[in-house]
Write a protein that binds this ligand. Structure first.
Ligand code: SF4
Length: 458
């Protein structure tokens, strides 16, 4: 399928082929689903909203609700204000959410619709019922990526809701980053184990992994409530996990309500989780983690040590969203593997600097690139193959063309199930990731073994 990809790399400034990212509103829509009783609203044409919903549905294998301003030619010429007013009227009358989270699309951004003014007028005219909220984020897809859209919507949660009016508390805020519901669930479990009272926002656990109950719930029980979001302004501090997805909201909360913040890598892999746990312990004043955490860590370490001969020195091509890729690169290095191509489609030199710092002396033997695409990754792999590719579903074409083992990781995973239920966060997440990586490498050994070397025990 990709046989015609040339080996020789030509410098490209404008053209992207098979981008290693997707568009801003998808991230904004996903973040909005992490608010309890919230309906994400796409201010643009129906096609954008359908694409964003179906993309999320295909990854989470759950129905994803969202409404749209349904632009036609008239809105494209005269602006989408009337469409948004009509949408809000219908949404609050029919679906009755607590919050409507509006994000823009390329078209409404190009027109230049002033969302705050349209919403203010709708509030004055009684279209938004008392006690209900409309928030918004600008998410033009011709800049940034899905991660930028996520980050913008999380910042909007702070800008619209957080308040100084609740005094000061010892609670902490955790912004978990653009991660799956299982990671958010695991995060809350770890916080509870250490006895911390925390507000995790956004929180898509029990929204996009809600159990089958026999009846359809348009707004499942999960998600951070508006009251919790207001109280984020009284927290003692904010832990922002993943600089690209979470830092902007944490900065906004500091400037609005004076809540100090720390930015950390996603707690993926043992080293990163150690740093995260250490920060939590500092907050609680405890010296040691609870016994179950120490045991989980020991199990992850045990597995990594036992499987070292399969992992050591293996060359990896890694791509995806920047926060996930940075954390995974750190994990691979700690496992003795060699990430040799590390790319993201999201722009940001900061990504390159961070990965090169992690690589240390190995940086000169590795290609690290932001604003890159999968065509470029394929060219690199054609010139100098790797032992393993790690990334979202789109890499399967390269894996097939070059006959290289492939581990699905990140967003989106459209052709497998289960990823939404198993955390990559924490020590338990490390075991899950190691299992996937090692088993994929073992499958390849089995497949390639001649009959006389085909072993029962590995
Ligand atoms: S890139 Fe722009 S036009 Fe295309 S789906 Fe995304 S928001 Fe809509």
């Amino acid at each position: 399928m990709l046989d015609m990809t040339p080996k020789d790399i030509t410098e490209r400034s404008a053209l992207r082929i098979n981008p290693a990212k997707t568009c801003q509103p998808i991230g904004a829509m996903y973040a909005s689903l992490g608010i309890h009783n919230c309906l994400p609203h796409s201010h643009g044409s129906q096609g954008c909203c359908s694409y964003h919903r179906s993309h999320l549905t295909r990854h989470y294998k759950e129905p994803v609700v969202a409404s749209t301003s349904s632009f036609t030619e008239g809105a494209a010429v005269f602006g989408g204000g009337p469409n948004l007013r009509q949408s809000l009227k219908t949404i609050f009358q029919v679906y009755k959410p607590d919050v409507v989270a509006v994000h823009t699309t390329c078209l409404s951004e190009t027109i230049g619709d002033d969302i705050p003014s349209i919403v203010r007028k709708a509030q004055e005219d009684g279209i938004v019922p008392n006690g209900k909220f409309v928030i918004h984020a600008n998410t033009p897809s011709y800049v940034g990526s899905n991660v930028t859209g996520f980050s913008n919507m999380v910042k909007a949660m702070v800008d619209y809701f957080s308040s100084r009016d609740f005094g000061k508390s010892t609670d902490v805020n955790v912004i978990p980053g653009y991660v799956d519901p299982a990671d958010m669930r695991e995060m809350k479990r770890m916080l509870a184990e250490l006895g911390l009272t925390a507000t995790v926002f956004p929180d898509t656990s029990d929204v996009l992994d809600s159990p089958m109950s026999g009846s359809y719930e348009m707004f499942p029980k999960g998600g951070v409530t508006t009251e919790q979001l207001m109280k984020t302004g009284s927290a003692s501090m904010t832990l922002a996990l993943g600089a690209f997805a979470s830092e902007s909201a944490a900065m906004s909360l500091e400037s609005k309500c004076g809540v100090p913040f720390t930015v950390m890598d996603l707690p993926i892999g043992i080293r990163s989780t150690d740093r995260f746990v250490k920060s939590l312990l500092d907050l609680t004043g405890q010296i040691k983690p609870v016994a179950s955490m120490i045991e989980d860590r020991g199990r992850a370490l045990d597995m990594m040590t036992d499987m070292q001969h399969y992992l050591y020195g293996k060359k990896v091509g890694l791509y995806g969203d920047p926060d996930q890729v940075i954390a995974m690169a750190d994990f691979l290095i700690s496992a003795g593997m060699r990430p040799v191509y590390v790319i993201t489609g999201t722009p940001g030199k900061r990504f390159e600097d961070k990965v090169k710092t992690l690589l240390g002396n190995e940086a000169c033997r590795c290609v690290v690139k932001s604003s890159a695409d999968l065509f470029y990754l394929h060219q690199l792999i054609k010139s100098d193959p790797v032992d393993l590719i790690i990334g979202n579903t789109y890499g399967k074409y390269i894996a097939r063309a070059e006959d290289i083992p492939f581990v699905r990781y990140g967003f989106p995973i459209l052709d497998r199930v289960g990823h939404g239920f198993f955390p990559t966060f924490g020590y338990r997440g490390s075991i899950y990731l190691l299992t996937n990586i090692v088993n994929t490498l073992l499958d390849r050994i089995d497949r390639d073994s001649p009959e006389e070397r085909f072993e029962l025990v590995m």
